[in-house]
Design a protein around this ligand. Structure first.
Ligand code: DON
Length: 561
């Protein structure tokens, strides 16, 4: 057993000696540095829309809203108007806020509705979308430019098309081939002659252009009680879905206080429930603060072991306690330093703790594959971290007929089998059971790290439950290991989610000795191909510049000036 207090004292002394409490300042070899603002996102045309808004005098929130609408056109796997997400906003010197626009269960939903029908696609798995209300709320509270001006660039991309890159072409070809049960999907996203998309070709979305124009001209109410609402409800009726006019009219996005933690002197801001991201991230960081991570290399087995043990413990609490705060009481102790000290003391440095020893009665289910994160900062230092999703890649595959946009399959994120738990991945705990109007638990973790009110790092990722661990890795790489941002983003990633009791490691082949050492400690190590897609910004306090790193695991682009 370790004695974390001793570690902690040693860590504090070493940290002071090493100047860790000073803002991180390190050279950037490869990432681009911009003076006036930058948007870094999965799609080049999406990021460029945000940049154009910044150049026109819009602030980071205007740019984020414009980018979010643009990605609904240029990155249809996850960019959306038919899904939901979380936006963290950090005004310069001011109080950070979260715009929460998570989907809700329709009024007709009930606890056991998926017990005998657990299809991941189609109309019954759609949650009430939150994106349009969320973007409108962010814009209303923080935006500078007129609403229409931030929505119109997306209309143009849908109307006139945009050029597919290698990644988007391959993604569309794959999904169209697998979606024969969804003819409207194939009509909208396939080629009219049935051939395959090639990079360099143009995808045009005239129905979506019409919808976005209505939103630009009439505002968000068109989606929730106007003509678009009518189209959604007609689609639901035609396909046996549950969403009604009342569900749409009653949907509200919310302003929430972020979860705030302090990690080695840096402020961490990330979303509160209904995302698990903020609580789990801060809990893991608090545990790790009890150890002097930087005294050993980043990829030493000892480091990975400590990170995996922190992950295992925090994800166990995620399953036990977290859900929509309007329906379930969230305990206060999860993000306290004293609780983290107790958990740190329970870590054996010489042996992996079997996950089953932490709680014998609860197990986790798997989540989907596509979400997208982008980061924005403007010349005044206003920063935005936005993650939003349709849950799976291309969501439910239901395209609202005549309206050209995809609906989510976010109901997948509820615990869909009450009381049924097994080690393979079903969870039946109460906090995240389905109820009418309830928000399903998320792992989305758009995160802003700051010091003395000034932004240091903006990050976040897709990846279902791996999201929180991807963010943890980036934060540790930057704060503990002082890696240049591009390296911090590129470094191999690690994931443990309590159950299944295994440690997933990117680039495991190249780290054979480390893997062997982890196995000797009692970990089951599973090689992972790719984890996440963390488009991030680091503020260089020495130059005042904004360093942007587009994660290269998918395709990514930093558009700045
Ligand atoms: O909200 C969530 O946590 C999930 N619906 C996110 C799904 C996801 O990230 C899939 N991505 N790659």
């Amino acid at each position: 057993m370790v004695r974390p207090n001793r570690h902690r004292r040693a860590a504090v002394v070493l940290a002071l000696l090493a100047g860790i409490f000073a803002p991180i300042a390190h050279a950037q070899a490869t990432a681009q540095e911009f003076r006036n603002g930058v948007v870094v996102a999965v799609s080049r045309p999406g990021a460029e829309v945000g940049l154009a808004i910044l150049r026109r005098g819009g602030n980071a929130v205007d740019a984020a809203v414009a980018t979010a609408f643009a990605l609904a056109v240029t990155h249809p796997a996850a960019g959306n108007i038919g899904g939901g997400g979380f936006m963290v906003i950090h005004p310069p010197g001011g109080k950070p806020t979260v715009v929460e626009y998570r989907e809700t269960a329709p009024a007709a939903a009930h606890k056991t509705m998926y017990v005998n029908d657990d299809r991941a696609l189609g109309h019954r798995i759609v949650g009430v979308p939150g994106t349009v209300r969320g973007l409108a709320l962010a814009h209303q509270k923080f935006g500078k430019l007129p609403w229409k001006e931030v929505v119109l660039p997306a209309v143009d991309l849908a109307q006139n098309g945009f050029v597919l890159d290698q990644h988007e072409a391959a993604s569309l070809n794959g999904v169209v081939a697998a979606s024969k049960d969804f003819p409207e999907f194939c009509r909208v996203f396939g080629k009219s002659d049935g051939s395959r998309w090639k990079p360099g070709e143009r995808l045009m979305q005239p129905d979506l252009a019409k919808t976005l124009r209505v939103l630009a001209e009439q505002g968000p109410d068109a989606f929730y009680s106007g003509i678009i609402a009518d189209q959604i409800v007609a689609e639901m009726k035609a396909g046996g879905g549950l969403i009604t006019k009342q569900d749409l009219a009653g949907y509200q996005a919310k302003l929430r206080e972020p979860i705030h933690g302090v990690y080695r002197g840096y402020d961490i801001y990330a979303p509160p429930p209904p995302s698990s991201g903020g609580i789990v991230l801060v809990q893991m960081l608090n545990i790790l603060e009890n150890f002097d991570l930087a005294k050993q290399p980043r990829f030493a087995p000892e480091t990975l072991h400590l990170m995996a043990e922190a992950m295992r413990r925090a994800y166990c609490d995620r399953a036990r306690y977290l859900g929509d705060p309007a329906f379930t009481a969230i305990p206060n102790h999860l993000t306290t330093k004293s609780y983290a000290q107790k958990l740190a003391a329970s870590i054996d440095l010489t042996r992996a703790t079997p996950s089953a020893d932490l709680a014998k009665d609860i197990v986790l289910a798997d989540e989907g594959e596509s979400t997208t994160h982008f980061s924005v900062i403007d010349k005044d230092g206003l920063a935005v971290a936005n993650t939003y999703t349709l849950e799976h890649s291309y969501g439910s595959r239901v395209v609202v007929r005549g309206a050209g946009f995809l609906l989510n399959n976010e109901m997948m994120d509820f615990n869909r089998r009450p009381g049924v738990t097994d080690r393979q991945g079903t969870i039946g705990t109460d906090p995240n059971l389905i109820a009418p109007g309830k928000r399903m638990l998320s792992s989305q973790t758009p995160t802003i790290v700051a010091k003395n009110g000034k932004v240091v790092l903006v990050t976040g990722s897709p990846g279902g439950r791996t999201i929180i661990n991807t963010v943890l890795g980036v934060v540790v790489n930057v704060i503990d290991y002082r890696m240049p941002l591009q390296d911090a983003v590129a470094a191999p990633r690690l994931h443990h989610q309590w159950f299944p009791d295994e440690l997933r490691l990117e680039n495991a082949k190249a780290q054979a000795a480390t893997v062997q050492a982890l196995v000797r400690l009692g970990h089951r190590v599973v090689p992972a191909t790719k984890q996440g897609d963390a488009h991030s910004i680091w503020v260089n306090w020495q130059t005042g510049g904004f360093v942007a790193a587009a994660d290269q695991r998918l395709s990514g682009h930093a558009a700045g000036y």
